[in-house]
Design a protein around this ligand. Structure first.
Ligand code: C5P
Length: 233
């Protein structure tokens, strides 16, 4: 079975702030997520620097374009030696296949590739009225996950509350990466469909992505350890 892990969302706006945060982790080097804000502010150098410090990296840039463009962009990200990256499943199976091709290095290795199904910020009402997707959110998430599997991807990003049905539809080996995690005694912030690290473990998700409960904690290292203890055990 795959090893569960906690990924810290490094939602900072500069390299300076990020390094100040990562400097606190003297023993275990956590798996970190670099999102659009930090990547667009600092470029590929931030990936190289964090990698050099010994962290694994999920580069969360959510690519969505024509297949050829995604393929070429993925080849660049693959050379950056990230451990995990992602695309929007809405880009179609053809686009996802192109992403896998672009990512795959000459020696056959490649970073893990996952797909965003429906963003957790999209309500069913908006999806139906604005995007004209005449289905439930759950059916859409499952269908997009099946498309991602068919295209050869390793898994999906989804709400922890959707992880169970994705596993049921796509198999235990199909990976789920889930944000929306809060401690039972913590603040929800702007997240709505949330769950605790312990409950995420019960649901059977593979990775949890945790931002503010760690980055905004008075003692981030203690908060990270608490997440690992509850989720990984
Ligand atoms: O601070 P918080 O724990 O809410 O951070 C969650 C992280 O996961 C953020 O980087 C956010 O952009 C990301 N994310 C999310 N919901 C999604 C996809 C990504 O919260 N559906």
């Amino acid at each position: 079975m795959r090893k569960r892990d906690v990924i810290i969302a490094c939602d900072f706006s500069s390299a300076e702030e990020t390094m100040k945060f990562l400097d606190k982790f003297r023993e275990k080097k956590p798996f970190v997520k670099i999102g659009m804000e930090l990547y667009y502010a600092e470029g590929p150098s931030i990936v190289r620097e964090i990698k050099r410090r010994g962290h694994r990296i999920f580069l969360d840039l959510k690519l969505h374009d024509i297949p050829n463009t995604v393929k070429k962009a993925m080849a660049v990200l693959s050379r950056l030696d990230v451990d995990m990256c992602n695309v929007h499943a809405a880009g179609t199976i053809e686009m996802m296949r192109a992403a896998v091709e672009g990512l795959t290095r000459e020696d056959g290795t490649r970073p893990l590739l996952i797909a965003v199904t429906q963003l957790t910020s999209t309500s069913e009402e908006r999806m139906q009225k604005e995007l004209l997707i005449n289905a439930t959110i759950n059916d859409t998430v499952v269908k997009y996950a099946q498309n991602a599997k068919e295209a050869g991807l390793d898994g999906v990003v989804c709400s922890p509350l959707e992880a169970g049905m994705v596993k049921k539809a796509c198999g235990e080996e199909f990976m789920t990466v889930t944000p929306g995690i809060r401690f039972a005694d913590g603040e929800a912030g702007d997240q709505v469909r949330i769950t605790t690290p312990a409950r995420a473990r019960e649901i059977g998700t593979d990775y949890i992505v945790v931002g503010r409960p760690i980055t905004a904690a008075a003692d981030p290292v203690a908060a990270y350890r608490r997440c690992v203890a509850e989720f990984v055990g």
